[in-house]
Design a protein around this ligand. Structure first.
Ligand SMILES: Cc1cc2nc3c(=O)[nH]c(=O)nc-3n(C[C@H](O)[C@H](O)[C@H](O)COP(=O)(O)OP(=O)(O)OC[C@H]3O[C@@H](n4cnc5c(N)ncnc54)[C@H](O)[C@@H]3O)c2cc1C
Length: 417
């Protein structure tokens, strides 16, 4: 069934009885050409692009819970292409272009809203760094405008410009940045993959990876053994645990990232605003809630839930930046497990096992990568070669030290990226 205005009208007039489920609920077959472990954003988009771009449809996505129940449904929905370093910048630029055609492509409203993103700066040195970043973005073909304090004030009148510790000097404006409805992205890709014949298998945890003679042969699951010619591990915060099933030790640490939403308010925040010095960022959802977050929990953990020290840090930063936020009531907070890599950049690569692929290391920025990541991983699985916009995300850069993409210049410290 295709979605259209006419269809909505017809269903509205006939009691909404014609809608069908977005995807089937099949039992797993005994073998597939490709098995994707993980039904998050990246796993689902990989399946979609395998079918759409490469005609590979004998594919199963195995999800231990329900589709979109992981980080793809827990993030703060920011989509941007404002990276500085080669390796990252062409990849995120590629991903943003896919976002821009996504709704037509999927025939699904993912509520992609290019409302603009502003990164604030608070010193001359920080302004210089953002000017360089903006120039790199322009050189990449993306958009960036360096705004001074007087240009920023009418755009963001609710900010405390004269905070003694962090006076606002200006901001780097990225007009094509914005947000998208996170779970709709998972549902849209799931529906698109299902319509092309991909089997989406929920409540199916992968418990083992079968390897014979150095090549992958399939997986063991809670719903039985499944043979496969190729297997991709696309499990975000669970990457180390799943890779261990293939005898691999990944350079990944898992940390909790929390986020918060307030009661619905009238529109008051038109952009996405990032206050890097205070580790705070905010946007307003279409329902009116102020959606905001801060820094990681600094210790490694698989607990996908919030805690009070995180609340204190984020609320303090929010109050420093925009004291008006103190009047809003916080409704909910939550946490997700971030797969932090040593240089803050992802891994999309083959492994030492023939036919086994790995996609991980998204840190806290993998939502905006969902289209790009699936697109380039599908290319790697189908052709055996790296996509031209994702040649730098090699696993062995952490063994050799060559090709490290340390966007923040933080060094090899997972929780600082
Ligand atoms: C609070 C928060 C805010 C964030 N904000 C942003 C943001 O604003 N912008 C941005 O770009 N990114 C953001 N992120 C990061 C982004 O959400 C993640 O990087 C991205 O969603 C990870 O990829 P994924 O969607 O495939 O992961 P997931 O949705 O976690 O998918 C992985 C799936 O694998 C499944 N799985 C795990 N183990 C197994 C197994 N053994 N067998 C079968 N299935 C398994 C899991 O159940 C899960 O569904 C944020 C994250 C959090 C938590």
């Amino acid at each position: 069934m295709r979605f259209s205005g006419l269809r909505v009208l017809k269903e509205g007039l006939t009691g909404n009885r014609g809608w069908t489920p977005h995807w089937r609920d099949p039992d797993p077959n005994s073998d597939y050409d490709v098995v994707i472990i993980g039904g998050g954003g990246h796993g689902l988009s990989t399946a979609y692009y395998l079918a759409r771009d490469h005609g590979i449809t004998n594919v199963a996505v195995l999800e231990k819970g329900y589709l979109g129940g992981g980080n793809v449904g827990r993030n703060t929905t920011i989509v941007r292409a404002n990276y500085f370093l080669p390796g990252n910048s062409e990849f995120y630029s590629h991903s943003l272009k896919l976002w821009e055609g996504l709704e037509e492509d999927l025939n699904y409203n993912v509520m992609h809203s290019q409302r603009g993103l502003i990164n604030l700066f608070h010193s001359d040195g920080q302004r210089d760094a953002f000017a360089r970043r903006g120039n790199a973005m322009l050189a990449q073909g993306d958009d960036a405008v360096l705004l001074g304090r007087d240009e920023l004030r009418p755009m963001l009148p609710y900010l405390n410009f004269d905070d003694l510790r962090f006076p606002i000097y200006g901001g780097l404006y990225h007009p094509r940045g914005g947000t998208a409805r996170h779970d709709a992205v998972a549902w849209g890709y799931a529906r698109g993959a299902d319509r092309r014949g991909v089997d989406l298998i929920q409540n199916c945890e992968v418990t083992g990876i079968d390897i014979e003679g150095g090549a992958v042969k399939g997986v063991q699951t809670t719903r039985g053994a499944i043979r496969a010619k190729k297997v991709a591990m696309v499990v975000a915060g669970r990457s180390s645990q799943v890779a261990a099933l293939a005898g691999m030790r990944l350079p990944i640490e898992s940390h909790v990232l929390q986020a918060y939403v307030t009661e619905g308010l009238k529109p008051c925040i038109d952009h996405v605003v990032s206050f890097g010095m205070g580790h705070f960022y905010i946007s307003q959802s279409d329902k009116g809630g102020l959606v905001f977050g801060g820094d990681l929990d600094f210790y490694a953990s698989y607990a996908a839930r919030g805690n009070l020290p995180g609340v204190e840090q984020v609320m303090e930063a929010g109050m420093a930046l925009m004291p008006m936020i103190g009047k809003a009531r916080v409704l909910r907070s939550w946490g997700g497990i971030m797969d932090m890599s040593p240089d803050g950049s992802p891994i999309i690569d083959k492994t030492h096992v023939d036919g086994l692929f790995v996609n991980c290391g998204w840190n806290y920025g993998g939502f905006k990568a969902v289209p790009g990541s699936g697109n380039v991983l599908a290319h790697l699985i189908a052709t055996g070669t790296h996509h031209q916009n994702a040649t730098g995300f090699r696993l062995d850069r952490f063994r050799t030290g060559r090709g490290i993409i340390d966007e923040e210049g933080k060094g090899s410290q997972h929780n600082l990226h």
